[in-house]
Design a protein around this ligand. Sequence first.
Ligand code: ADP
Ligand code: MG
Length: 334
Amino acid sequence: ATVVNRIAAGEVIHRPAHALKELLENALDAGATSVAVTVKDGGLTLLQIQDNGSGIHADDLPVLCERFTTSKLRAYDDLTRIATYGFRGEALASISHVAHLTVVTRTADSPVAYRAQYADGNLVPAPGQTKPAPKPCAGNQGTLIQVEQLFYNVRNRLKAMKPANDEYHLVLDVVARYAVHNAQVAVSLRKAGAGSVADVATTGGGTPADKIKIVYGAAVAKELLSIDDTVAHDCQMTALVTNPNYSTKKFTFLLFINNRLVESPKLKRALDALYAPFMPKGMHPFVYLALTLPPHKVDVNVHPTKQHVQFLHEEEIIAAIRDRVLKELQSANA
Ligand code: ADP
Ligand code: MG
């Protein structure tokens, strides 16, 4: 069963950036206002995330990495899943099957923190312990998750990894996006090691536009047009889109639907096509788009490595978003 679980886990978590996305969402779900990420070797040697959220009760630690352990109430219904972050109770379980996982956590009502180590879904004895049990220790309120030696036991996954620097950039991409969308949360990312400079460092507060300036730079930030509107079928859109003065070789498209980082190739293509006539050939805009849809109208492909969404009235909503952005571009250039 262990091997089967390991293979299954390797299908859920393809690379460090996927693991990190799950861990970041957990920290945000826990109400953190500060999240600090540290990685080593692109996240393969170490992926660490410290939050100041609710913490995990010591009683819950023994089963934390069992599959389908979740504290998040929700209907077992695909269509409502997108309304919350975590939706499977599978992330920590999967990670524990393909890495060494350590959790240090303290809740507000506990005088001490607890440290717990996991392997293959189970709590394992800490060094010097005979029986596995969470071990009291010092620690602030919140949760520290350490993922070490990711894929040490899944050779094929390890072989499929890009160079550490490329994996690091994928991690950076995820952190940057969440930092923009969660402007109220202080988010940082750094490589492990004394004196390393943070590659993302936001303070809590301000707006997504402020965070775009910090994370993506002033050149983008000064060309942003802001849209806040309800477009079609109760789709609320909040967007920051560059005006056509700005163009770049790579289309950076940050898409959140109901606060979940997702991908919609169709929407991306529609926006890119909309901008094309305004830009030099081969150049693209920057778009941050946060949509809120009634949960029953969204369906997310539950495969966590894809995050492709489909929604009801998709064609109409995409057309409405496109028209709304076009209107903004035209009035900006009028
Ligand atoms: P899910 O997020 O779908 O519930 P996970 O495997 O990601 O499943 O997490 C399992 C459970 O562990 C969560 O429901 C939550 O109770 C707890 N948990 C995980 N990470 C944190 C965290 N950073 N802070 C507080 N609780 C956490
Ligand atoms: Mg989760």
